[in-house]
Design a protein around this ligand. Sequence first.
Ligand SMILES: [Zn+2]
Ligand SMILES: [Zn+2]
Length: 64
Amino acid sequence: MKCLLCECSGWVCENHPDQPREGEHGCGGAGVPCPTCNSPAEGERPRLPPGFKTVLDDEDGYRH
Ligand SMILES: [Zn+2]
Ligand SMILES: [Zn+2]
């Protein structure tokens, strides 16, 4: 089932938490993990949106 908040990208807009960060409605602002489908458990990291250029590349063990 498609997530209506983030359109399954896993991330919503920080300024518009009811809209996906990516896509036609994205305003290009900062993204926050979707509270519906991308809410990691404590101690876990949220999954990244497809094609996301992470700024955390230098963190060892981030990628799977
Ligand atoms: Zn979502
Ligand atoms: Zn926005």
